[in-house]
Design a protein around this ligand. Sequence first.
Ligand SMILES: [Zn+2]
Length: 278
Amino acid sequence: MISARSEDIEPTLAEHGVCIEDIRWILLTHGHVDHLGGAYNVWEKTGRQAKVVIPKKEAQLLRDRNEQIIDYKAVQGKYITDPGIQEKYMNMLLSNIGKEIEPSLEVVEGDSINLGDEIILKVVETPSHSIGSVTFVLEGLNWAFAADAVQMYGGLSGMPTIENVTLYRNSVKRLLEEVRPKQLFLGHPFRNKNGVMQSAQIEGEQVAKVLQASLEMDAKLSDVVKRHLSDGLPTEQHELYAPFSSIADEMGYTGDPRHLPCVFFVIMNGYLEELDNK
Ligand SMILES: [Zn+2]
């Protein structure tokens, strides 16, 4: 299950003494289905009172479910061409996402959102786990809600999910050098250098370490990719990871790319595009 479903959100809120009906803001950092999939149902439970906020660049993914499929086809679909797998994934996407909704607010870099009671969030654009990902920074406390904009050494699959590696590098550096959060909230637990899953809530001096680890993983992958692909894409390959088999070998990556969403192809495509643009 990759959706943030209201059935899952409700008991978690209750543990903190919050009723789902009382939610007034639904803040979406980006348009992936595991982040906005439950937005409609939560919004319904609030009697449609909650305001739904999403980055302007990804608002289409909320208001039109077909955009999720277009998004998939633009990257993973280039490498996973088996129609059976594609169909299974499309069905999963559409069943995990609720009905379409019109966002109440589409945000861009520099916007401030006044949540009431003098609680203000600043919007910092942090592409490119997805092209429009933003980080919400709580003014005063300087807590950063980056969700998937920071990937460390990747999640369960052992690979970070990054669509555009050049933008990702800049976004992580910006968080490290400019925003310098006191607390950093990620969208999932991610692995550290030793492969151990870390908490998604990071505090104090650990914040800089997590951001540096994210840059280290990018540097490592970037180096491997350059060595394997600078003379172009190889032709003869193990089918499963083609055309990136030799990279999977060197990285010791054994994930099954047929289990979508396939992080491996997303990030390899990102590095390939970067090489092609140089
Ligand atoms: Zn995501």
